[in-house]
Design a protein around this ligand. Structure first.
Ligand code: MIC
Ligand code: SF4
Length: 640
């Protein structure tokens, strides 16, 4: 039988279940990655699982999110992560070494292997032909402990790339075009495979820009084939042994197929506040711009920053614009210095940041009030930049540089000839900031700061759930709404009680008080509830506040899995009109909750008038057991 690339890799890693679209399968995980914002919790969970050493081929712990050290908390967490990594056999990428996805692509990724990461942009590895999947920290901890990772066998969407990009149009415009066509929920339940002749014109970092932002489509993963271009990338990284060719069989079948003719694309932008609000820049300009930010796991490669430097060469940024540049990896920073690109950037007025997530997650560089920020990043959700009323526009690096120069959003083609960009043939490979774990970690002492609090566990599912509606929210609520990032909140990721003050804080400042008052609560959501990041804290902290169920029109994949992992029932309205009938304060009762889970549809009754709401749980038998146990940690503890 002829397989597509996705099913080839899935087949190779199938550990449990039947590889049939729509059914639950268990996958063998070769590699894992964590970052510091999700990692502290993930390693606390790993410790609780009681193993001696990770069972994967390779696991890496990165420090890239919480690098702004405004108090002891982040630095303490880094120390914890370094010690716990050594103890359990995990590589440690020190703060300053770069963003997990870019460093992993450069130093560790392998075509045909599986990577589970505690970060939603783990599919970046798909640029190498590696199946990267984002998940909650607990799922990653369980995979490090040697268990399979469970997911629904996906549909596969093929995106055929034909023709060649025009000057001034780049990889970012390709993925923005996909977002324009498919929307932020267009990828849910799917893996996206890129193919066609246009693939050959894209380097690995460009492919990684595209697979990275597949996360914004809600896709489970995105994949490019592994070819001669992949081979030269790995050779340049001094890792030629990691290469193997990999592509779909001739005549492979797909569930959906679309074609993008690259020569028809033009410079695009996602306007505030959603990555799928995509338009041609020429239709949006001239918006005055206050800040331009270049970098992130989407566009932090050498070439991305080189384009910006070439455009700004011998010029100074516009007086109203603050230009910040954060390379994606230390290797990139070193190459930029070596090739004098840094000199050009600094001479133009760029403010240089360390190789880390930085402004992308609101770790510094918040724009001014009502400011406009043009960013080469992947998310422009309201408030994520750290300024509640700022508007973030997402573009590729050439358009970002044009905005920095002109002080307004402009079509970069107005700048004239596209600069000549010779390929960097010798990257600055340097693993000096990667610490290999000792062969025997048993004597390593784990260092815990006072901000690291013990894990919170849920109770097993009770017979009867009585819960008050705490909030009713609209469609496409992101995990940034549920639990914000930023320099104030992120340092609390290992302190659930302190974090609980911030749940839904931007949408409803009384949420936490109400949750405490009710003791047992329920959240009502619209479509695609929980899109965006993989942060399991968006389930864990509501669980801590007594949330028992989320009743929504539909869910984003990772968040739904996180709810299950923490014993919160993810319920979908059977009759979506019922959404309108519910309000804050309504008390709902689920009688015989464990028993009802045996049925496809379960019923909630409103106490005040006896009105019945029907909901589907879509839980697999394995997930029902997890919910009954009060979460995956309780359940996995029993299984391991
Ligand atoms: C993000 O881009 O939102 C993050 C911060 O990288 C998150 C992870 C987190 O919240 O720690 C993600 O995308 O998963
Ligand atoms: Fe970091 Fe931003 Fe990428 Fe998330 S999206 S991993 S915060 S650079």
């Amino acid at each position: 039988m002829s397989d597509n690339l996705t099913y080839k890799i899935l087949k190779d890693h199938l550990a449990d279940g039947k590889l049939e679209k729509g059914s639950e399968i268990g996958l063998r995980i070769d590699q894992t990655l964590t970052q510091d914002a999700t990692g502290t919790m993930a390693y606390l969970q790993l410790e609780a699982l009681g193993i001696d050493r990770v069972k994967t081929d390779l696991s890496v712990s990165y420090v890239d999110h919480n690098t702004l050290q405004t108090g002891f908390e982040n630095a303490d967490d880094h120390r914890y992560l370094q010690s716990v990594s050594a103890k359990y056999g995990v590589w440690f990428s020190r703060p300053g070494n770069g963003i997990c996805h870019q460093v992993h692509l450069e130093r560790f990724g392998k075509p045909g292997k599986t990577l589970l990461g505690a970060d939603s942009h783990t599919p970046t590895a798909g640029g190498l032909g590696m199946l990267g999947i984002g998940a909650g920290g607990l799922d990653v901890a369980v995979a490090m402990a040697g268990s399979s990772f469970y997911l629904t066998a996906p549909e596969v969407l093929k995106i055929n790339l034909t023709g060649q990009l025009s000057p001034w149009v780049g990889a970012k415009d390709i993925i923005l075009e996909v977002l324009r066509r498919l929307s932020v929920k267009g990828g849910v339940g799917k893996i996206i495979e890129y193919g066609g002749p246009g693939v050959k014109s894209l380097t690995v970092p460009e492919r990684a820009t595209i697979t990275n932002m597949g996360a914004e489509l809600g896709a489970t993963s995105s994949l490019f084939p592994s070819d001669e271009i992949t081979k030269s990338f790995l050779e340049a990284q001094k890792r030629k042994d990691a290469w193997k060719p990999l592509e779909a069989d001739p005549g492979a079948e797909y569930d959906h197929e679309i074609t993008i003719e690259l020569s028809e694309l033009e410079p695009l932008v996602a306007v505030p506040h959603s990555p799928d609000a995509v338009k041609p820049i020429r239709e949006v300009g001239d918006v005055p711009v206050d800040q331009v930010a270049v970098g992130s796991c989407t566009n932090g490669s050498y070439r991305d920053l080189k384009v910006v430097a070439e455009i700004l060469k011998n010029k100074t940024t516009h007086p109203r614009v603050s230009l910040v540049v954060a390379p994606g990896s230390r290797q990139t920073s070193i190459a930029l210095a070596r090739e004098s690109v840094l000199e050009t950037l600094l001479a133009s007025g760029a403010r240089l940041l360390e190789a880390a997530c930085g402004p992308c997650i609101g770790m510094g560089q918040a724009p001014p009030s009502e400011g406009v920020s043009v960013r080469t990043f992947n998310r422009n959700f309201a408030g994520r930049s750290g300024t509640a009323d700022a508007g973030v526009y997402l573009t590729g690096p050439a358009a970002a540089a044009a905005a920095a120069l002109k002080g307004a959003l402009v079509d970069p083609r107005e700048l004239g000839d596209y600069p000549d960009l010779p390929e960097l043939t010798t990257p600055a490979v340097d693993d000096g900031m990667l610490i290999e774990p000792p062969a025997d970690g048993s004597q390593v002492e784990i260092i815990r700061g006072p901000n690291i609090k013990p894990l919170s566990l849920n109770e097993p599912l009770p017979q009867t759930i009585t819960a008050g509606i705490l909030i009713v929210v609209e469609d496409n609520i992101t995990t940034d709404h549920i639990l914000p990032g930023g320099s104030k909140v992120l340092p609390l990721r290992s302190n659930v009680e302190a974090l609980s003050e911030y749940v839904f804080s931007a949408l409803d400042p009384d949420f936490t008080d109400r949750a405490r008052q009710y003791g047992s609560g329920l959240i009502v959501g619209g479509e695609n509830y929980g899109q965006g990041s993989s942060r399991e804290h968006a389930a864990l902290v509501p669980m801590f506040l007594g949330v028992k169920a989320v009743l929504a029109r539909s869910f984003a994949r990772i968040h739904r899995a996180n709810l299950v992992n923490f014993g919160i029932l993810p319920l979908v309205f059977r009759d979506s009109g019922d959404y309108k009938k519910l309000s804050v304060g309504d008390e709902l009762v689920i009688e015989n909750a464990p028993g009802q889970l045996d049925n496809e549809v379960i019923y909630l009754e409103r106490k005040a008038d006896g009105a019945k709401i029907a909901a589907r749980h879509h839980l697999t038998p394995r997930q029902v057991e997890i919910i009954k146990a009060g979460g995956l940690l309780n359940h996995a503890g029993k299984m391991l």
